[in-house]
Design a protein. Structure first.
Length: 284
């Protein structure tokens, strides 16, 4: 994808005369990821796979024993990494096979559970949920490396989200007594390459290209995303079109934005996940 990609305008994508909006039955779930072909998301023990080329959706029951899915990332081809609090799995869209890669020992402290996942090529990176967040680097067969506090973050901080782009690791980091921040690091050394203070928590974000990162601000009342351009060192507010159909509850049409994903195939789409809807937007 070109670094000249314009992301300041979003237009609702239409298919067969209707807005391309997938209704979601349960609020408060955020896990979603996209490849050039598929969008995968989770809600209440159901894993849904939307095939862009066929404009169809299939669902798979998710084992209650595995726990709720808290994050998903595209691994390669038709495979995705699926993360629960205590396990991470490899999911193959074609075979619908779900293979557990690793499970945390049962005697581990519940405060130290998995929280976010990301991957690039054969590299998988995970972070945990506790303060002084630990980061791990994995392949499909073993843990290669582990960074603990203070290399990962300070002991009184926690990592809200992490995303890989080649050998660059993006992070949002929070601390109760200070404003959160967004950082770019060299993934092999954790050396900080870029840092910017934020005025609100951002628990989810994605990379758009080499220089642009799109963050989901955690608050109600505004249908916006935050675009950080690391080459120009600026932050822009991106307005997202309001919902046309009422995939809502309690009369709230303009639901909170929980997460975003990027489908970067022949046509690029920004996928926006709200409380009860998943919307496709053209990127111009």
């Amino acid at each position: 994808m070109s670094s000249e990609l314009e992301v300041t305008q979003f237009t609702e994508f239409r298919i067969d005369g209707e807005e391309k909006i997938i209704g979601s039955t349960m609020p408060l779930y955020a896990a979603i990821a996209a490849s050039p072909e598929y969008v995968i998301y989770y809600e209440n023990k159901i894993l849904s796979i939307y095939d862009q080329s066929q404009s169809c959706k299939k669902t798979i029951s998710w084992s209650e024993k595995a726990g709720h899915i808290i994050d998903i990332c595209w691994y390669n081809n038709k495979q995705f990494i699926i993360l629960t609090k205590r396990e991470f799995h490899l999911f193959d869209v074609d075979t619908e096979q779900i293979r557990m890669i690793h499970s945390l020992p049962k005697n581990d402290n519940d405060d130290s559970t998995y929280y976010r996942c990301t991957s690039h090529d054969e590299c998988i990176m995970l972070c945990f949920s506790c303060p002084g967040t630990t980061i791990e680097e994995w392949t499909l067969t073993k843990c290669k490396k582990r960074w603990r506090s203070p290399k990962s973050c300070r002991q009184d901080e926690h990592i809200c989200c992490l995303r890989l782009l080649s050998n660059i690791l993006g992070l949002t980091i929070a601390k109760s007594t200070q404003e959160p921040r967004f950082e770019l690091r060299q993934s092999e050394t954790m050396s900080v390459l870029f840092s910017m203070q934020l005025t609100c928590q951002c628990y989810r974000f994605i990379s758009m290209n080499d220089h642009n990162w799109l963050l989901v601000p955690y608050y109600y009342g505004r249908q916006v995303l935050l675009l950080i351009n690391t080459s120009e060192k600026i932050l822009k507010i991106i307005d997202i079109p309001l919902l046309i159909h009422t995939y809502d509850y309690n009369g709230n049409v303009n639901q909170m934005i929980w997460n975003v994903a990027l489908m970067s195939g022949n046509n690029s789409y920004l996928i926006v996940r709200r409380d009860r809807s998943i919307c496709f937007h053209n990127i111009k």
